[in-house]
Write a protein that binds this ligand. Structure first.
Ligand SMILES: Nc1ncnc2c1ncn2[C@@H]1O[C@H](COP(=O)(O)OP(=O)(O)OP(=O)(O)O)[C@@H](O)[C@H]1O
Ligand SMILES: [Mg+2]
Length: 362
């Protein structure tokens, strides 16, 4: 099959300018939409796969799924063609390179990890809301735009939950490192398995440090047991957004008991002993003051009737049995996170020319 080169025009409209990278299924080019006069990324299916109808179908599916979604943290899909010998799709060109490149260059420190988490979870909430599981959330599928905003891409293996599987039987798709344990074991991918991948990805960006609330979120997202993970991207977002910044409080911990009296259940032997002592004292007093023996024996009997050990609830101060709780302290307002771009960059920005690479695998 013919090898594509720079300068070639596809569909009488998209001029290929520079090869950016070759990934698992396709080669991505920086191109120019000559009709609208704007840069585009053109993803051309590899010549080996272009002959395989199942890959062409997967490619078409990627284009259709992405075209049906719109979110500020997703890469926009513009066009698709399977007319020519080499099917291709045309999407928004994102010039800042991939998160994988940032991590490799140890320049992810220029990113605000809380904001990154919010952006990726927002993107996932959007695609999950459309019934789509991404299945391949990984750093090379997160592009960074001019404002350092994260843009999730590559719906190549994403598909609606109820769609017939188009992968061949037994074929494992997705990148192992980011793949949820249950998916590795053959379970179907779910929203929670996308969350796992997102957790591993965010964990890589944190390195040794990280804001405690993001560290706590990463722990929850990358729980081995899917049940322990947040139920949805939206839920994870809420956990993050309601977590006070710079606190070690674990996300998803049970709500603090501030709305109820703080109770201490006392089932104490001490209390029993005190009551017994009081009863003996009363008996002795009654005897001393010439009271009848019945009352004393009655009390004694009572003590032997197996009266349940006294259980009571006390407030922490032990001054009264019940108290009205102090009004809950107002939740600290979540600080408006700065945009990545506003954060002093710890490394230089990737110029468009340096975002390219020859091999796109992780
Ligand atoms: N819209 C885009 N704008 C700019 N560069 C892009 C765009 N889409 C992809 N790229 C670049 O092309 C590379 C290859 O992308 P591709 O999706 O084909 O492979 P990959 O994600 O690296 O690996 P895999 O095939 O395993 O998904 C990306 O790593 C990125 O550098
Ligand atoms: Mg990709």
């Amino acid at each position: 099959m013919r090898v594509l080169g720079a300068g070639e025009v596809l569909g009488e409209r998209y001029r290929l300018e520079r090869r950016i990278a070759t990934g698992g299924m396709a080669t991505v080019w920086l191109g120019r939409d000559e009709e609208l006069d704007r840069p585009v990324a053109v993803k051309v299916l590899s010549d080996i796969l272009a002959d395989d109808p199942s890959y062409v179908e997967r490619f078409r599916r990627e284009a259709r799924l992405a075209a049906g979604l719109s979110h500020p943290n997703l890469v926009r899909m513009y066009d698709f063609s399977s007319e020519s010998e080499r099917p291709y799709l045309v999407m928004e060109y994102i010039e800042g390179g991939t998160l994988a490149e940032r991590i490799a260059a140890e320049r992810s420190g220029g990113l605000d990890e809380r904001l990154l988490a919010q952006e990726l979870l927002g993107a996932l909430a959007s695609i999950h809301g459309a019934g789509v599981i991404h299945r391949d959330v990984k750093p090379s599928n997160v592009l960074l735009d001019r404002e350092n905003r994260a843009r999730l891409t590559d719906f190549g293996i994403a598909q609606p939950e109820d769609a017939t599987r188009i992968t061949r039987t037994g074929e494992v798709i997705g990148t192992l490192k980011y793949m949820a344990p249950e998916v590795r074991e053959g379970e179907p991918a779910t929203e929670r398995s996308d969350l796992y991948s997102c957790g591993v990805l965010l964990g890589e960006c944190l390195g040794a440090g990280g804001a405690p609330e993001v560290v706590a979120l990463v722990e929850r997202l990358s729980e081995e047991d899917p049940i322990e993970r947040p139920a949805s991207a939206r839920h994870a977002l809420t956990l993050l957004e309601t977590a006070p910044a710079a606190t070690t409080a674990p996300l998803g911990a049970p709500p603090p008991p501030a709305r109820r009296p703080r109770e201490i259940v006392v089932n104490g032997r001490l209390l029993l002993a005190a009551i017994a002592a009081l009863a003996i004292g009363a008996l002795l007093a009654a005897l001393a003051f010439g009271g009848g023996s019945d009352s004393g024996s009655g009390g004694h009997k009572a003590a032997h009737r197996g009266t349940p050990a006294p259980t009571t609830t006390l407030t922490e101060t032990t001054t009264s049995v019940t108290t009205t709780p102090a009004p809950a302290a107002p939740a600290p307002a979540a600080p408006t996170p700065p945009r990545h771009a506003e954060k002093p960059p710890s490394g230089e920005k990737v110029p468009p020319g340096q975002a390219k690479k020859e091999a796109g695998g992780d």
